[in-house]
Design a binder for this molecule. Structure first.
Ligand SMILES: Cc1cc2nc3c(=O)[nH]c(=O)nc-3n(C[C@H](O)[C@H](O)[C@H](O)COP(=O)(O)OP(=O)(O)OC[C@H]3O[C@@H](n4cnc5c(N)ncnc54)[C@H](O)[C@@H]3O)c2cc1C
Length: 484
């Protein structure tokens, strides 16, 4: 609901100027942490600005899983068994290297995440508090300066050059000057404040525009954690009642695979159906490294604008009731969950707000038809995850060929109308539909790594991100282990 258009003016305020850095990254979530580390590893002096007291955004506090690292297959069992390829030619099946891979390997090694132990995992769910600590350690190792509890409140620009950002915190208002900026706020706050054009939700370029309506955004939702769950009992019950099991639409693990994974301590991810005839009446279940603790998802709230504080407030209040009801239902209907208790219900998770306009706007055809881009900075392989969407995408088994993946062009990260700004994460330049494939976590890490690297290189080469030599960028990413 839009508030009344009544406006007032603020008085001019004195602002403390902090030391200049080479690269300032706004937003310490999925893409931002990776962007900051990548820029620091290129020798840049990096400041990472985060509004909360922890890092990770949706991948820690939001309980989202890290997906997908492998080319998409309708048959993951066959895919993961392809050991010779994994050993001898990993690029033939994997899509994510670089920092996404490094972070995941650490998560699995330190038993902070569950994935597929044989590979480095294509679906990894984590113990979020331990993950937050790991990210702090990685910031220290990379020498990134952290500014936590700091909300990006404003941007100062001269012409098309951003001179610095204003942050608001308990210390008051402070100004951080920098040479190059990465917007990894999810909502594209920095870019929007810098006057970069953006689209919100469905646009006329989307194939679904005719039936979905322009401006329609994806629903918001939460993944919540419960404790005291006897998942071994649930697995035994599902074996006897296989009709209550449903494959997860993206992992497509069979009941047999889920059971085997669970016994090995790997990722047992599935949908458990409620006792109704409605094929869509289920709960998502993700096991975690802590015994008895699982992540459940994903109740949604519709028609929420994640950049409108009244909508967000309404969503939080509605979601608290929805999660409470869902827990009561799970306790009553799913054996093994009788005694669960709610451990955490994160703040509302926003799937879609601004798509910042870049030098290229990625669209559904680019993704689905695997278009080749000479300036590609990495791959994605997450099927298009949007509601609503074209009906022909509804069956991922039919819609995507085996070993399907897509390329992400660098130009989607280079903001229009701001010479020293890159964007990373879910606000990159893509249509509503293409965003359904680029916004998942590992894809956000891939855009984060490219944006951070490009920001540092632009500073070092005394050029702008738009003028940066793409061959240099791609060579540097390759050296860092990114798969191209
Ligand atoms: C409910 C839900 C479940 C999901 N589940 C999955 C899943 O299982 N697998 C998957 O691959 N994807 C999943 N996704 C999608 C995925 O989690 C997100 O799209 C992705 O993590 C977004 O990364 P990001 O870096 O763009 O944003 P975030 O991870 O949200 O990070 C943005 C960061 O910026 C900070 N920030 C924002 N504004 C400001 C500001 N003005 N000043 C300072 N800091 C600011 C935030 O606090 C946050 O830390 C899910 C999404 C939702 C909503």
């Amino acid at each position: 609901m839009a508030s009344q258009e009544k406006k007032t003016f603020l008085q001019q305020v004195e602002v403390e100027v902090l030391p200049e850095c080479d690269v300032a990254v706004a937003g310490g979530g999925t893409a931002g942490v990776v962007a900051a580390i990548a820029a620091a590893r290129q020798g840049a002096r990096v400041v990472l600005i985060e509004r909360y007291g922890y890092l990770g955004g949706m991948i820690t506090a939001g309980n989202a899983g890290l997906t997908m690292y492998m080319k998409y297959s309708g048959n993951p069992e066959e895919h993961l068994r392809d050991e010779r390829t994994l050993e001898t030619d990993p690029a033939a099946v994997q899509i994510a290297g670089g920092l996404a891979r490094e972070i995941t390997e650490r998560l699995l090694r330190e038993k902070i995440g569950v994935g597929n132990a044989d590979t480095f995992g294509s679906y990894v769910f984590t113990a979020s508090e331990d993950f937050k600590r790991l990210l702090f350690r990685m910031m220290k190792e990379s020498n990134v300066k952290l500014m936590l509890h700091s909300f990006l409140a404003d941007v100062i620009r001269e012409g098309n050059t951003i001179k610095g950002v204003v942050i608001e915190s308990k210390s008051g208002r402070q100004f951080i000057p920098a040479k190059c900026f990465v917007d990894a706020t999810g909502d594209g706050d920095l870019a929007a404040k810098a006057g970069v054009p953006f689209e919100v939700g469905v646009t006329p370029e989307d194939i679904c525009a005719a039936h979905a309506g322009v401006g329609k955004m994806q629903p918001a939702g939460v993944m919540f954690k419960v404790g005291n769950c006897d998942l071994a009992k649930t697995m035994r019950w599902l074996t006897e009642n296989p009709h209550r099991f449903q494959e997860h639409p993206f992992s497509r693990f069979s009941l047999e695979t889920v059971r085997r994974n669970f016994e090995k301590g790997d990722n047992a991810i599935m949908l458990v159906r409620y006792d109704t005839d409605d094929p869509d009446d289920w709960v998502q279940v993700y096991n975690l490294p802590q015994p008895g603790v699982v992540t459940l998802g994903c109740p949604c709230v519709y028609d929420i604008d994640g950049c409108n504080v009244e909508d967000l407030t309404r969503a939080e209040m509605a979601m608290a009731e929805t999660v409470h009801k869902e827990i009561e239902r799970i306790r009553a209907e799913i054996p093994g969950f009788e005694n669960i208790c709610l451990l955490d219900c994160p703040q509302i998770g926003v799937r879609e707000t601004r798509h910042i306009r870049g030098r290229y706007v990625l669209n559904l055809r680019d993704i689905y038809e695997q278009r080749d881009f000479p300036d590609s900075i990495g791959f994605g392989s997450h099927p298009v995850d949007t509601k609503p969407r074209p009906a022909w995408l509804d069956d991922p088994k039919k819609a995507y060929p085996a070993r399907w993946y897509f390329k992400i062009p660098y130009r989607c990260l280079v903001a229009e109308k701001a010479d020293n700004l890159l964007v990373a994460g879910r606000c990159v330049s893509a249509t509503h539909e293409a965003s359904g494939s680029v916004r998942p976590t590992v894809q956000c890490m891939i855009t984060g790594e490219a944006a951070g690297t490009a920001a540092a290189l632009s500073f070092r080469e005394k050029t702008t991100p738009a003028e940066l030599d793409v061959t240099l960028l791609r060579t540097t990413l390759k050296k860092a282990g990114v798969l191209l």
